[in-house]
Design a protein around this ligand. Structure first.
Ligand code: NAP
Length: 312
């Protein structure tokens, strides 16, 4: 029987996804009628979604077996009161690879002190300041999920001693795992470089406030490709101005695009990247969507189900 799939991830993405989704459905042996137009809602079996616009009304899609989100972060969907269908978020190897490369690249920039040589060429031979080895630079990753654990393991492979913090107890080869409030204090105290890869939830909003920033070693660096709301911006600016935090590399912000008059833009100790750490790529994302539809039709459990009460 034909499976009806509504592509509700924005008209801008349709051209990018139509081909890869068709290929992935064929590879999975699925007979799918895929449409970017709002069809008869009662006939929709699966919704492919991305929160590109205002609040979506999921309530007419009463026979929809799952909402398949193209993004990893779901904070803009879990709070939608009309959503009663199971929600799956995006996890795939290309998204993870992108994030690992972003994190490793920015950690190495700060670890090696690259800026001094890139921006400081003044014909003077200064060879007195040598970077320590990675094994002497402690990195903490907040969030040990799909992205944080992969980034942590890549850093471990380069010899950085990595501490990873999560909500629940974990054991990940090569990493020191900590959890709970007590674990957070331990994780922050040894964060020469801190990478934040937590989802945005009521529990993680403003997690890095003045009190917690003060727990970090003096001169620490923060790299935030998680969500802007994880950091209290005023507290971070104060910690940068005081020299307690030596640099912040920020990919995500409370308001995106970051407004032109935001103090981060002009701050000499802030590097801004425009939410480019890890993008969903259509080919690999389409295969995850197809696999979830195959599972749904076969009565198997869906991949990457979101726990709405938990918020991620
Ligand atoms: P994930 O697999 O859901 O992992 C989330 C991790 O955060 C888990 O380890 C979880 O702990 C931990 N966590 C959640 N709430 C916590 C709390 N209150 N206290 C302590 N730990 C908590 O998510 P992911 O796929 O790794 O993605 C993480 C985030 O990255 C996304 O939510 C999104 O915001 C962001 N992201 C950004 C980009 C970008 O381009 N900048 C791209 C993709 C994703 P447990 O393991 O104990 O549950």
């Amino acid at each position: 029987m034909t499976i009806n799939v509504f592509f509700a991830a924005g008209s801008d993405s349709w051209a990018e996804y139509q081909g890869p989704l068709g290929d992935a459905f064929a590879e999975a042996g699925l007979d799918v009628a895929l449409s970017p137009e709002a069809p008869d809602p009662t006939r929709v079996d699966y919704l492919i979604y991305a929160p590109t616009r205002g609040e979506f009304d999921f309530s007419p899609y009463q026979n929809c077996k799952a909402v398949l989100n193209l993004w990893a972060g779901v904070e803009r969907i879990v709070t939608n009161p009309t959503l009663t269908q199971p929600l799956c978020r995006m996890v795939n190897h290309e998204l993870t690879e992108g994030m690992v490369e972003y994190v490793v690249g920015h950690v190495l920039r700060h670890h090696l002190g690259m800026d001094a040589h890139i921006h400081g060429q003044d014909s003077i031979w200064r060879n007195t300041v040598l970077p320590p080895l990675a094994r002497q630079r402690r990195v903490t990753v907040l969030g040990m999920g799909a992205l944080g654990s992969a980034a942590g393991q890549a850093l471990t492979a380069l010899n950085f001693p990595v501490t990873g913090w999560s909500r629940t107890e974990k054991s990940i080869p090569g990493l020191r795992c900590v959890w709970s409030d007590e674990g957070l204090s331990v994780a922050l105290a040894c964060a020469d470089i801190l990478v934040t890869l937590l989802p945005r939830t009521p529990d993680t909003d403003n997690l890095l406030n003045a009190e917690r920033l003060a727990l970090m070693p003096s001169g620490a660096v923060i790299i935030n490709p998680g969500r802007g709301q994880l950091i209290d911006d005023d507290a971070l600016l104060a910690a940068l101005d005081a020299g307690h935090i030596s640099h912040a590399t920020l990919d995500v912000f409370r308001v995106e695009p970051l407004p032109p008059d935001h103090p981060y833009w002009a701050h000499p100790k802030v590097t801004i990247t425009p939410h480019i750490a890890a993008d969903t790529r259509a080919g690999s994302a389409a295969r995850v969507v197809a696999e979830n539809i195959r599972r749904g039709e076969a009565g198997e459990s869906l991949l990457h189900l979101v726990d709405r009460a938990r918020g991620y």
